[in-house]
Design a protein. Structure first.
Length: 442
């Protein structure tokens, strides 16, 4: 078997695989002999079927199968030995004139080649790292929420702002009859919210559904409306008030402090705020890291115009799934994934160029940290090392979990590299300001 490569351009090549009779003849003969031993053909005893009859009935199919095996094995070996960095998989160039009665065969495969390029990581960037701080307003709001959460529920005669209202949404025509517990701040339509004020248990409030919430999908949650009906739904729904309650804020005392953080951990409102601030800013840091990572990724894609063998990849996308795609469908899928493909190539260069390797110890340590955080959420603040190690061992025995952890560890290594290489400007913002930045409002 002879395999050669012809470059079409820097991103495309054709591999020609030439198969001669002596490459496949012995294998075909061996398979046909096994067929002969086991063939059940009327008029012949098992094992006594003439080989010529077996060849006539099965010869072409066996030949095609054995030649295909040779091609696949040979092609894979060639790509490995030549160290070809390809995108997708080789695509066969179909030959309608292929003659299976011939002794020698020639097959061609198209290759999409990964482009040659260098990744530049330097400190000349316009990136911003947002340090999110928990401001005084956030801390006061959180303390108020804690007081409400641990407060005492009191029945009320009339609805006022901030009250909890239990009742039922009803519309017979649409089959709506959904119990709900609401507060007035859920409504985007402020006129609806005002119409509840002063109402009592037993009263019915007529509510227009159009523009009621900031997202029509909330109609599914609160009223049980089907997904196909929620968009632009314009009907009137009655809300029958059944109970009005409010929360008498819990007193900010040592009993509450101990309940929140453990005995003696904090002893004043200022210490409570400091603890809330510490915990909140740890969570905010994860969000800030993710935005910085996304911004760095986008910058790398924009700064490295990596050319791809687009037409080859579109043809490959047509064939790679369980169901073949049309050219139009493949074009759409390619456009969706183009930047992702570019970043995969850039990422691979960064990993290789900076020796970002993942060791088994890296995975174990990362899994242990994740498990400790999860256990802390359920009140296990000081688990034994043995308990953690046992859980880590179970996690590491699951290949899918190991794959997922490996991706997370590599992302963390990439993030740390970006922080080191890119001289980002640090900007302190409140959480509300950060959200506006995230959604492009400032």
């Amino acid at each position: 078997m002879n395999i050669t490569k012809t470059n079409i351009d820097a991103l495309n090549a054709v591999v020609t695989v030439e198969v001669a009779k002596n490459d496949y003849a012995d294998n075909v003969e061996k398979v046909l002999q096994n067929y002969r031993k086991n063939a059940n053909i009327p008029g012949f005893r098992k094992g006594a079927v003439p080989l010529s009859l077996v060849k006539k009935q099965y010869g072409k199919a066996v030949l095609a199968e054995e030649v295909n095996k040779l091609i696949q094995d040979g092609l894979n070996k060639f790509l490995t030995e030549e160290k070809l960095d390809i995108l997708g998989n080789p695509l066969p160039k179909f030959n309608n004139e292929l003659d299976w009665n011939a002794e020698d065969f020639s097959f061609e495969f198209e290759l999409g080649l990964a482009p040659e390029f260098d990744v530049i990581l330097d400190n000349k960037s316009d990136l911003t790292y947002y340090k999110i701080v928990a401001d005084e307003k956030m801390l006061n709001d959180q303390v108020a929420r804690i007081q409400k959460q641990f407060g005492k529920m009191i029945a009320k005669a009339e609805v006022a702002e901030g009250d909890d209202i239990r009742g039922t949404f009803v519309n017979e025509e649409k089959g709506i009859n959904k119990p709900a517990q609401i507060t007035l701040d859920i409504f985007e339509n402020k006129e609806v919210a005002k119409s509840f004020v002063g109402k009592k248990a037993g009263d019915i409030v007529a509510i227009p559904t159009k523009g009621l919430f900031n997202d029509d999908h909330k109609l599914m949650d609160y009223m049980g409306v089907g997904h196909d009906d929620v968009h632009g739904l314009d009907i009137t729904v009655d809300f029958k008030i059944e109970e009005v309650t409010t929360s008498e804020p819990a007193e900010l005392n040592q009993e509450l402090f101990d309940k929140l953080f453990g005995a003696g951990v904090v002893s004043s409102v200022e210490e409570v705020k400091a603890k809330i601030k510490e915990d909140a800013e740890k969570q905010f840091a994860q969000q800030a890291d993710q935005k910085f990572f996304n911004d760095a990724t986008e910058m790398l894609i924009n700064n490295h115009q990596v050319e791809l063998p687009a037409e080859f990849l579109k043809r490959w996308i047509q064939t790679v799934g369980e169901t073949p795609l049309t050219a139009e469908q493949a074009e759409i899928e390619y456009n969706k994934s183009e930047n992702g493909l570019r970043y995969q190539l850039i990422e691979s260069k960064i990993i290789t160029g900076n020796n970002l390797q993942i060791t088994f110890e890296d995975l174990k340590a990362y899994a242990g940290d994740v498990i400790r955080k999860q256990m802390a959420q359920f009140g296990q603040l000081d688990p034994s090392q043995e308990d953690v190690d046992n859980i880590v061992a179970r996690v590491m025995s699951n290949q899918e979990e190991v794959r997922r952890l490996s991706e997370q560890v590599m992302s963390e290594k990439m993030l740390n590299l970006f922080k080191e290489k890119f001289n980002a400007n640090t900007k302190e913002v409140s959480y509300d300001e950060f959200i506006k930045v995230m959604y492009g409002e400032i």
